[in-house]
Design a binder for this molecule. Structure first.
Ligand code: PEP
Ligand code: MG
Length: 843
């Protein structure tokens, strides 16, 4: 009876059914049949057959009907390769006509027969004959018998013919219309948006109906063994008496609708039909074990007999997905590696942050780049000092800025979320927000008026300071009012999965952490050390900014030395604290990087305040600001260039690191600090700084009599440093690629301004993705490979790492692992994603 020529295959244990020829539903049904579940006779039409049907080729429907025996009633359902790609809705009761109606009236009663016929006439009229659905909708108050009469009459009125009576004709029409619906433009665009290829095929399933209507216990329902929100085990589902298909799921509560297991809210199948219930649960368990997945089983009971019609993977939240995968592995149903592979690494960010509840209503005020995930609700403020006032009052606020600068750090810490008009994924706001795990949207479609303290939206609406908004950093949206938030989850299943992940992972994961609180988060997320501590961020805390400014303004060498001497103990205590928190793990400290003007006020008002604080004439302050300002600060006097021009700064930092090393080693395991030089482009820079730092180390050893070692490394952030990595590695124990600057310089693309045109660039396919987000394998990636290779040639034991934002990006991690990198380092909140993504590469 299997017939390639006819294009259909009876699904049996051994029939040749595959997902890529007949679709996922067909394959699943074959699995159910192999489990000896009571599946009614089922036939699958291949993608090819359905395609030929759509093109108008005639098929022998009589031969197809014969498979199902005498005068069958049938259902047709879609079977695409991926259930997410959609497909036409199911059509039930094909084969109903006047004669079958009369027979069923005798055997099953008039009401059941009417309902069966009505359902088919409605579906046929609307989906096959494409008649106006309104003509076939009836109020529940209309008796079924009357509804059926009107439906048949309406059909005849509209088509000019009586309702088709020949089952072969009916079936042919249904199959053809479903095949054509799949090939329609709208359906194609919809599924392509979900990742389906342009030529994705559709299979169709023809199945003998289990009626679900008539005498005795009859009805239909669904059952599953987990809660789809939490993943907790429980028997869950609905069953509706005298019903077909998924009616139980869509119907509201009523006397005919039962819960599956005992439930306070109403009657249950467990109580009404304990034996059938037990059988059903047993079958669903079998599905779970043998299909290695939590399945939702669609069943029908006809006159007391149970049928399984279909099963689909239980749709689930990210949280439930994790628990389900771990539970399946713990029950020995899937290996641990598979549990690890089943969880999309990125979905962890969703679990570890508060999230905007997708079910709550949302009025989108502005869209931008999703720079840091999570949800936050607060009042808008337009500057950092107001943010601090709000924080002092205990009122959550969201900092709204054109863009943020290091001056805003304190305000950012005082806020619960950040929204900016400008910037891209590696702009200041984005990097800081990810570092502190705070939701952030940058490059948003808003216009800020700082003086008026208002912001204007794309649609002309205006918001003022104090207005409440919700920030959805995962979607890149700002929403009006307080939208409901869902709490983060870090439960035992998460912890278990991550333990398994760490056990198989073969590339290290460290965190970028600047402050003790970052370090605590990093430790909590099981980072294997700090891969980048941006020390300049320490200078924005407390009174340090003032001392820093005094240093910048020092006219004489002694004055500068005095200011620097005051910074020393502050830095030292920072490092002692970091070493203490990270005890036993490596801590990589980057020497001062940004241009000095970032520590000075950017407007006149700020300059005036500073003049007062330093007791200097305003003109002195503005002159100094002018002197320090650069046309292109990103390519100006920053990083090692500053260290070489003002050696006192690096010397002070080195001393603070060594003194902290001695202090921390007294209380715990000996600390081996790592010191990293930023923005290097030439071998000589490294030599100079190395001599300087070795000198400080010798001095400290001399003064204290204590012994310690340290590792000196170089940040590869300029293309030249990557190309000359061989030279540079002669004086470096490690190379850490700063892919933010490296991307900026490889493309000649400003990391702070690219947000303005990045969307247009990505949309038009100039870049496949934002290169600040996903490492550009071809260009920047080549620099990474060249750098690692040339460095290791000179020094085989060289440690190679990446510490730009790409360190937390799964695709970029795959690239680094393939290139033989030792570790990646990313924002603390992305550490779990990186750990899981890295484990998936090794699984
Ligand atoms: C980098 O450039 O990649 C880096 C990590 O340094 P920063 O982001 O501080 O410039
Ligand atoms: Mg950098």
């Amino acid at each position: 009876q299997e017939s390639d020529i006819l294009g259909f295959t009876r699904i049996r244990r051994v029939a040749p059914i595959a997902v890529n020829t007949h679709g996922g539903r067909a394959k699943c049904l074959q699995r159910l049949i192999r489990l000896d579940l009571p599946v009614p006779e089922t036939v699958a039409l291949s993608f090819d057959a359905v395609h030929r049907l759509a093109e108008g080729q005639a098929f022998d429907m009589k031969a197809l009907l014969r498979v199902f025996g005498d005068a069958p009633l049938l259902s047709v359902r879609p079977s695409s390769e991926d259930p997410d790609w959609g497909g036409p809705g199911a059509i039930l009761n094909i084969g109903m006509n006047d004669a079958r109606h009369a027979e069923l009236t005798d055997s099953h009663g008039a009401e059941a027969a009417d309902a069966l016929y009505l359902r088919f006439v409605q579906a046929f009229a609307v989906h096959v004959e494409r008649l106006d659905p309104e003509l076939f909708e009836f109020d529940t108050s209309v008796p079924v018998q009357e509804a059926l009469k009107s439906a048949l009459a309406a059909n005849e009125d509209e088509t000019g013919d009586p309702f088709p009576q020949d089952p072969a004709h009916q079936l042919g029409q249904v199959l053809r219309s479903m095949a054509r619906a799949w090939e329609g433009t709208t359906a194609r665009l919809l599924r392509q948006a979900k990742g389906a290829p342009a030529d994705a095929g559709l299979g169709l399933i023809v199945q003998s109906m289990a009626l679900g209507l008539g005498p005795g216990e009859s009805g239909a329902g669904v059952v599953q063994l987990v809660d789809e929100q939490t993943g907790a085990p429980l028997v869950k589902g609905r069953y509706m008496r005298q019903a077909q298909g998924r009616a139980a799921v869509t119907a509201g509560a009523g006397k005919d609708v039962l819960y599956l297991s005992k439930d306070e809210r109403g009657g249950s199948l467990e109580e009404a039909q304990p034996e059938l219930f037990a059988k059903l649960v047993e079958m669903t368990r079998l599905c779970r074990v043998r299909l290695r997945e939590e399945m939702q089983v669609e069943f029908t009971i006809s006159e007391g007999k149970l049928y399984v019609l279909d099963a689909v993977r239980v749709p689930r939240s990210s949280r439930a997905a994790l628990r389900i995968a771990v539970q399946l592995a713990e029950d020995g149903i899937i290996p641990r590696e598979e549990a690890i592979l089943r969880i999309p690494a990125r979905s962890l960010t969703e679990l570890l942050h508060q999230q905007v509840d997708p079910k709550d209503k949302r009025d989108v005020l502005a869209k931008g780049i999703a720079a840091s995930p999570g949800g936050a609700v607060g009042r808008i403020v337009f500057n950092s000092s107001v943010a601090q006032t709000y924080e002092a009052r205990g009122e959550p606020c969201i900092l709204v800025r054109r863009e943020t600068t290091p001056e805003d750090i304190r305000g950012m810490h005082s806020s619960v979320g950040i929204l900016t008009e400008r910037g891209g994924v590696t702009s200041h706001a984005a990097v800081i927000a990810r570092g502190i795990g705070m939701p952030c949207v940058v490059g948003a479609s808003i216009r800020i008026n700082t003086r008026e303290r208002t912001l204007t939206l794309g649609d002309g609406r205006k918001l003022e300071e104090g207005d409440v908004i919700t920030l959805d950093g995962s979607a890149g949206e700002a929403l009006l009012g307080a939208v409901r938030l869902l709490p983060p989850v870090k439960d035992q299943w998460y912890l278990q999965l991550m333990d398994w992940a760490d056990a198989i992972r073969d590339i290290g994961v460290r965190a970028n952490a600047d402050t003790p609180s970052d370090a605590a988060v990093a430790r909590n997320f099981k980072a294997q050390g700090i891969g980048l501590c941006r020390t300049e961020h320490m200078f924005f805390e407390g009174d340090r900014l003032t001392v820093m400014r005094e240093m910048i303004f020092a006219a004489k060498h002694e004055d500068r030395a005095e200011a620097i001497a005051r910074l020393l103990p502050m830095q030292r205590s920072d490092f002692i604290e970091l070493f203490r928190i990270m005890e036993g793990l490596p801590v990589c400290i980057r020497l001062f990087d940004p241009p000095l003007h970032e520590f000075l006020p950017s407007d006149r008002e700020g300059a005036k305040e500073l003049a007062e604080a330093l007791d200097l004439p305003l003109s002195d302050v503005t002159r100094r600001i002018d002197w320090l300002s650069e046309f292109n600060p990103m390519l100006g006097m920053r990083g090692v260039r500053l260290g070489i021009t003002f050696p006192e700064i690096y010397e002070m930092q080195a001393r603070a690191i060594f003194e902290a090393t001695i202090e921390a080693s007294k209380h715990g395991a000996p600390v081996v600090p790592e010191i990293m030089i930023p923005l290097v482009s030439a071998k000589r820079e490294v030599e100079l700084v190395k001599t300087q730092i070795d000198g400080v180390a010798a001095a400290v050893r001399n003064e204290t009599g204590a012994e310690f070692t340290y590792r000196l490394g170089v940040m590869v952030e300029t293309p030249r440093a990557a190309l000359r990595a061989g030279d540079i590695a002669q004086n470096a124990a490690f190379l850490s690629f700063g892919t933010n600057d490296l991307t900026q310089m490889a493309y000649g693309l400003s990391r702070d301004d690219a947000g303005r045109f990045m969307n247009a660039y990505v949309q038009q396919g100039v870049f496949p993705e934002d290169p600040f987000h996903t490492l550009d394998f071809e260009g920047v990636g080549e620099l990474l490979k060249i750098g690692a290779e040339r460095g290791r040639k000179v020094r085989p034991e060289l440690t190679v790492a990446v510490c730009g934002e790409h360190g937390g990006n799964p695709e970029s991690i795959a690239f680094c692992r393939a290139a033989g990198f030792d570790y990646v380092s990313c924002s603390p909140f992305r550490v779990p994603v990186a750990r899981l993504a890295a484990a998936q590469l090794a699984a």
